[in-house]
Design a protein around this ligand. Sequence first.
Ligand code: FAD
Length: 301
Amino acid sequence: TLASPAHGPDEQLRISFEFFPPKSPDMEDQLWQTVDDLSDWNPDFVSVTYGAGGTTKAPTFAAVERLISVNGLPTASHLTCVDADKAETHKVIEDLRALGVRHIVALRGDPAAGIGTAYAPHPNGYANAAELVVGLKEIGGFEISVSAYPEKHPESADVARDIEMLKRKADAGADRALTQFFFDNDVFERYMDQVRAAGVKIPVIPGIMPIQNLTQLKRFASRCGSSVPSFLDARFAGYDDKPEDRAKVAADVAAEQIEDLRRRGIHDIHLYTMNRSALVSAVLEKVGKVKVKRAQAGAAA
Ligand code: FAD
């Protein structure tokens, strides 16, 4: 079993939501509607991605600030160290602290030229996420999450190499890892056996991607190193022109994956929302998560 000894089998499912910073006014409206729709699911925390090299710095800052001050949600900001020297990274960290951020998802990030291009560390920067975690611990005052790759990172020679990096990040003081999305829970369970055998003790929280669009997902997944098992083609076959049926299948698929993880003793999941609420809410309803009405920050409790 994957269960942590502290957690019993009937424990309530704990969730976190990942959002990305909006790129247009329409996307901005969509994000805030999504946040409103999803807040009552009572996430342990929400997180906002950060464009590698600082490309989304302003919209990431704006989103985390509003999530904290208006929505009153425990909010993590992602942070990458690629293409930045340490002074620039430290400035971003202090800016995040000033916005009220106390939880950082510490990442290396991909080179500006895109996923798959050769990575070269900045000569005066943090070379990888493990070094960034060391820097963050020295600075102090932040909870730290890091990435994990059950199917290995595309640049890693093998899973063992990948777990070496995860161990470095955990040893440096990371509090938890959030995984890249995957669809085969057996792969995750085998990965976790190797992670624990390597002496990594921090929680590793599965990243679940509800499938909004299988064709788009396949394109994206191949770049992230996530495999899309053929059973998904079969599940979605014939629904290309039937969005309502497709949404039902998508909710079933993600709910079944989560229920299977729960049977294996997992009680925490990280949901990639793609800034859309309907499918995520459908999934959480199916797995029996209970909504709790949240007071907005500043409102009377
Ligand atoms: P690291 O932890 O430093 O390394 C990851 C793996 O890559 C290691 O296992 C290591 O073995 C291997 N590796 C790293 N460098 C090399 C190398 N030079 N040669 C060989 N192998 C190497 N990206 C963003 O831009 N913004 C985000 O907000 C963001 N959020 C993410 C959230 C999660 C939960 C995950 C899983 C990924 C996220 N990413 C994000 C993607 C991430 O930035 C990329 O996958 C990036 O390529 C690696 O960053 P990392 O922090 O995982 O790297």
